[in-house]
Structures are given as C-alpha cells and as structure tokens.
Write a protein that binds this ligand. Structure first.
Ligand code: HPA
Length: 239
C-alpha cells in the first residue's frame, strides 16, 4: 500500500508517532531512543522508523519537513490511511517571553497562527487549534516528575521565518504567546478534523528577547530532555 507521499505497508506504523521536522533528527531519535528499529518510509527523504522503547512499547518516528503544508500532508496520511491515533510533534522554537530560557521545554496547549488555514476551512470565524487534553496532561505530569524546566501555553505557528516586520512578534508576545515555530497549528487542525490526538513539545533553540546562543552540546541536552518526555508520554498511548 502507498499514499501519495508515504510508501509503507498497513501496520508499519505504531499507534503513536513522534514527529520532528528534520529527517536526520528522526533517524537520530530512532537510533538513540528505540530498539529493533525498521525504516518504514524514505519517500522524498522523509525518513520514518518504527521500533520499541526500553519498556517494550511500539512507537514510530517520522519527519514532518518544515512548515504547515508539509506537516498537514504527512499527518493527514498517517491519521487517515495508516491507523495512527496520536502524533506528538517534537520541534524547536524561538522564545517570545523573558522568563523562557534556551533549552526550556514548551508543552503546547494551543497554537495560534498567521496562516490562512483557518479561512481555508470555510468557517465564519477563526478556529482555535488546541492539543489533546489527555496528551497535555500526561506530558505535564511526566515533565513535572522529571523536574524538567518547562512551560505550558499557547504558541504561534507562523508561515514566515524571515519576517521583514521586525516588531510584529511583540504583539503576539503581548498576548502571552510563549514562542514561534512553523507546524503545530496545522497538526492540531488535522487531528481535530480526523478525530485523532495531537500534541506539540518544543525545545527553545533561540530567543527574541535574549541574546544567548547554544553550543551544539547544550542544544543536544535540551533535545534529549524533550524526547524523553515525549517518549514517556507516547508510551501511555501505545501498545
Ligand atoms: N521562527 C520560526 N520557527 C522557528 C524558530 C523561529 O525563530 N526557531 C525555531 N523554529
């Protein structure tokens, strides 16, 4: 079986999929945190693996690519055609708040957007995209127990990385938006449309309010904390 963008067999994916943006990060997550991994997709270099956690739970990891149209395509095909029940995005973001430091983990309860996706749904009004409550609650409990430095709240899924308006982010920050990435709104919309579950966890890789820069080792530590929270959360929803 194949869908337009995934060449895998039915049953190749676990019920829960972790979804980083970068295909090489999907490979690193699978090789570092899972055992008995099998490569189940490589169409367009969008690597996907299925394997088992150290507690024997079956989990898949698949890249989303960058941006809302890309994650919308892959999440739709996984939810609609491959029996996937939950997708947990594991990404990075730029922080908008002074109390949010590099490497902190964000548990995204909801996502706002500057994209036109809400209009494309044909609604009279705009859709408030939110994560699945059980996934948020589980990630919160896991993060708390692990003593992680984390924040729960709303983020901005932007369609623009190189913004010519250098001040526009401040209006979102003023509404309490924790930070900016480019995928979660579309993921949450797809999960809602297809009656599935979604969550987004982010590690802060840069900041609009602080000038610190992470070394690659520091960046890796932040990622490891987030992936461990994501895997422990995923285990509660997998076979
Ligand atoms: N903007 C958008 N997406 C991002 C950023 C950013 O600053 N950092 C990591 N992902």
């Amino acid at each position: 079986m194949a869908t337009p963008h995934i060449k895998a067999n039915k049953g190749d994916f676990a019920k829960v999929v972790l979804m980083p943006g970068d295909p090489l990060r999907a490979k690193w997550i699978a090789e570092t945190f899972l055992k008995d991994i099998v490569l189940v997709n490589e169409v367009r270099g969008i690597l996907a693996y299925t394997g088992y956690t150290k507690n024997g739970k079956k989990i898949s990891v698949m890249a989303s690519g960058m941006g809302q149209p890309s994650i919308a395509i892959y999440s739709h095909e996984l939810f609609a055609e491959y029996g996937v029940e939950a997708i947990i995005r594991v990404g990075t973001c730029g922080a908008y708040q002074p109390n949010i430091d590099l490497r902190d983990v964000l548990i995204c309860m909801s996502a706002s957007t500057d994209s036109n996706l809400s209009n494309a749904l044909g609604l009279v009004g705009s859709y408030s995209a939110s994560a699945d409550f059980e996934l948020v609650q589980t990630a919160y409990e896991v993060a708390k127990r692990r003593n992680a430095k984390f924040h729960v709240g709303n983020i901005l899924s932007s369609d623009v990385f190189y913004n010519f308006d250098k001040e526009g982010w401040k209006k979102w920050a003023n509404l309490g938006i924790m930070g900016v990435e480019m995928e979660s709104y579309a993921l949450f919309v797809n999960a809602a449309l297809l009656h599935k579950k979604a969550l987004c966890l982010l590690t802060v890789s840069d900041s609009f309010v602080k000038s610190d820069i992470l070394t690659s080792d520091e960046r890796q530590t932040g990622l490891v904390n987030m992936i461990e929270i994501a895997i422990e959360t995923a285990e509660k929803f997998s076979d």
